[in-house]
Ligand binder design. Structure first.
Ligand code: DGL
Length: 290
């Protein structure tokens, strides 16, 4: 939070949101619908995308660096709109900024799955990093002990979304390649969690591949609800405040703006995307002694 003299009053500060790229805009859009008075400051870490194929240590360094940048800009709450960073770095970020409400997306996705699955047979489509972390299995087990959870890494979905290729035969073929076995009728899955914030952009194609008996769950609305609860009271924007969204990217701001406006037409008319230098990420942790 910003405590400088002449700094904006806390309710007027933006909510910081970050992801590796455009995926987190699925969460930012839900937040705009739910909390239209709030100003949002969104960072897409395009220079270091994708996060999902990187080691846990590298994702944690990048995510901490992105969070620190937003905190330096002045924010009153932080939404980690990336499942990979939420799975691997949420605790480290919260520990560095103990006075800041920090909200991740995995808990919201897991809550949706626990509620939305009739028989407790849940498939999570996510990045390699999220699947390797076991975060969804743990978060769903806390809410729905005994549920079966299969996490399937789907890394190409991120590239498809970032390219604006969100539907059609190529997307369906990639979806079948990754999810065909887990969603085979013999496996009787009844819930598909979109466990990466890029994946809701592919939802129509994923729904066709999953078939009518499988409910799709994503974390966006539930994350917006968690943020609304965290801001209730003195942190909330003044009613009728103008709201707004500023986009910042660590690379290729024009490309980011083009894809963001194609995928989220409501963003047309925003000011140009700012280019940001986050500074050096924290040093890698020392290798464990042999
Ligand atoms: N959108 C991100 C997530 O929710 C990460 C995508 C990536 O950079 O691999 O996991």
């Amino acid at each position: 939070m910003n405590c400088q003299p002449n700094a904006p009053a806390i309710p007027d500060l933006p909510v910081g949101i970050f992801d590796s790229g455009v995926g987190g805009l699925t969460v930012a859009s839900a937040i705009r619908r739910r909390l239209p008075d709030e100003t949002l400051l969104y960072l897409g870490d395009l220079a270091r995308m994708p996060y999902g194929t990187k080691s846990p240590q590298t994702v944690a360094r990048y995510a901490v660096n992105a969070a620190d940048f937003l905190v330096r800009r002045g924010i009153k709450a932080l939404v980690v709109a990336c499942n990979t960073a939420s799975a691997l770095a949420l605790e480290a970020i919260a520990a560095r900024h103990p006075d800041l409400p920090v909200i991740g997306v995995v808990e919201a996705g897991a809550a949706g799955a626990a509620r939305g699955s009739a028989a407790g047979r849940i498939v999570v489509a996510a990045t390699e990093g999220t699947c390797r972390s076991g975060a969804y299995e743990r978060a769903i087990a806390r809410r729905r002990p005994g549920a079966s959870v299969v996490c399937v890494p789907c890394p190409l979905f991120v590239a498809l979304a970032e390219d604006g290729l969100t539907d059609g035969p190529i997307v369906e073929a990639v979806a079948r390649h990754y999810l065909g076995a887990a969603l085979d009728p013999a496996a009787a899955a009844d819930c598909l969690v979109l466990g990466c914030t890029h994946f809701p952009l592919l939802a129509p194609a994923l729904a066709r591949v999953a078939g009518p008996g499988v409910r799709l769950v994503d974390c966006a609305e539930a994350t917006a609800d968690l943020l609304a609860a965290a801001l209730a009271g003195p942190l909330a924007a003044r009613p009728g405040a103008a709201g707004g969204l500023t986009l910042v990217a660590t690379d290729a701001p024009d490309r980011f703006a083009r894809i963001a406006q194609r995928l989220f037409p409501a963003l047309a008319g925003l000011p140009p995307v700012e280019l940001a230098d986050l500074g050096r990420p924290p040093a890698p942790a020392a290798a464990p002694a042999a």
